[in-house]
Design a protein around this ligand. Structure first.
Ligand code: FMN
Length: 185
């Protein structure tokens, strides 16, 4: 048996993805921020969420525009990912400051991040106030990926140097160690 002790930090469920979220607003312009409180919530309809503090500049943009994009970064742009999570779009064009390229989404009025190989376009279907974060639940209404990664309608993530977030640190992934259902074969 593993001996267990209680510990204090409630949300220490690791790893989580770390993504760049794109948003736009008719009078505030475009913005991008880094989000680690995110995940997949439903397969049909395809639904994901991002949890955002009301103090973030992006919060109002997403609330009022009703859409956002989720962009999967790679370790090659990790510095930009971190920057987008420590400076605010209130203080100027964050895309320009980070050297990232906004590209108009094809399904929603929010930009995708060109440097991210996988992009999801989402329409907000619910906003759930949880406490210090509001959870924006979004239905995926558009998706695109680097053509070199896609075959049979699926993204080959083995070719993507993914980054995850672990207790305040960025980690890369190791090797593939199994596949869904392998225990039954
Ligand atoms: C790795 C990382 C993960 C983050 N995750 C979240 C998150 O899940 N929710 C949130 O509200 N802020 C999160 N932040 C903080 C925001 O990205 C940060 O406050 C950002 O400057 C907000 O930008 P904005 O004011 O332009 O919207 C994270 C920051 C980093 C570096």
């Amino acid at each position: 048996m593993i001996e267990k002790v209680k510990f204090g930090t409630a949300q220490m469920l690791s790893p989580t993805p770390v993504v760049l979220v794109g948003c736009a607003h008719r009078s505030l312009g475009r913005n991008v921020l880094t989000i680690a409180w995110t995940g997949v919530d439903c397969s049909d309809p395809p639904v994901v969420h991002v949890s955002i503090r009301p103090s973030r500049f992006s919060h109002r943009m997403i609330k009022e525009s009703g859409c956002f994009t989720v962009n999967v970064p790679t370790r090659e742009i990790l510095k930009q990912v971190d920057l987008c999570g420590v400076v605010s779009g209130r203080d100027g064009d964050k895309f320009a400051r980070a050297g990232l390229t906004p590209v108009d989404g094809s399904a929603v009025e929010a930009p995708i991040v060109a440097e991210c190989p996988v992009n999801f376009e989402c329409r907000v279907i619910q906003i759930v106030p949880l406490g210090v974060h509001d959870m924006f639940v979004g239905e995926i209404v558009g998706r695109s990926a680097d053509a070199r990664l896609v075959s049979n309608d699926r993204v080959d993530f083995s070719k993507v140097p993914l980054v995850v977030y672990v207790n305040g640190e960025y980690w890369s992934l190791g090797e593939r160690i199994g596949a869904h259902g392998f225990s039954m074969r």
